[in-house]
Write a new protein. Structure first.
Lengths: 139, 139
DNA sequence: AGAATAGCATACCAAATTAGTATGTATTCA
DNA sequence: TGAATACATACTAATTTGGTATGCTATTCT
């Protein structure tokens, strides 16, 4: 159980977009600054756009901007945008063939835990992470 | 990001062992009752033993018993026992080649989040899960 | 003692997921 | 028009996950 690179990269991309303060940033520029693989990031940005976390303009001088204020973009939103299976815990997941179905007493527990973890992640906004990141960089 | 079957199966095995109330339960018996693949569970039980969550006796009439009281066995312990990479979040993970190293301001954030998630998981003891499970079954 | 039962260790294998690439098309600006 | 860019689809490679196979070692029962 670990946070995958999709979430990490998406977060880094969003931080880079936020850092450009309203000016559209191209995928190429994001990748150059964060040293990330371009085509892969384009994929992830498509997910972020579908989730309405960013909006984009094509063509020359185009790129991405945030579609919400940074305090309205939360970590779990980001995770879901690039990794749509997130938080199907235990036998609540799509097709656990060993789950005992109606007799399985674990469903309730997994739901409870998933909700708690979910809430914890939602506490982290892009705005907060951006500030922390900046603080660290300048010390 | 999801809890894998290792954790799920390990938990189910532990519940089954707890349910036998001190009598050793064989891997075969656990698998029969929970309908789990035997060889795979043997693997997981080896992990649980290495983590000192269960102890075992070999030979005829042998099997597994809990090595701690069920309120001392916590969910994250179980996860770590069967999945030792658990909670290396983001670029704190083993070898994120795109991490910017000393200049990466995300390490602190990931640590903070990891600790929160960790704490949430540790709140869930085997004893608690067992009770919840039982309650559900008898309603 | 010896058979049966069970844990334990190692290696192997298959399916799924993850990470990343390739190719080409549509859109926008200058 | 042409360069720069997003966007779409398909493919590939590496890793992880889930599971088997084989066989040995330890313990208990008769």
């Amino acid at each position: 159980m670990a946070i995958n690179t999709r979430t990490e990269y998406a977060l880094r991309a969003l931080l880079e977009i936020l850092n450009s303060d309203g000016e559209a940033v191209s995928a190429a520029e994001i990748c150059r600054r964060q040293m990330l693989p371009k085509k892969y990031i384009e994929h992830l940005l498509a997910g972020l756009k579908a989730a309405a976390l960013v909006s984009s303009t094509a063509g020359a001088r185009g790129g991405y901007i945030l579609a919400r204020t940074p305090d309205q973009i939360r970590l779990h939103d980001i995770m879901q945008a690039v990794d749509d299976t997130s938080w199907e815990l235990g036998c609540n997941g799509k097709d656990d063939k060993y789950c005992l179905g109606a007799d399985c007493g674990l469903h309730g527990i997994w739901n409870e835990i998933a909700e708690k973890l979910h809430n914890t992640l939602q506490e982290y906004t892009l705005a907060y992470i951006f500030e922390q990141n900046k603080t660290r960089e300048t010390t």
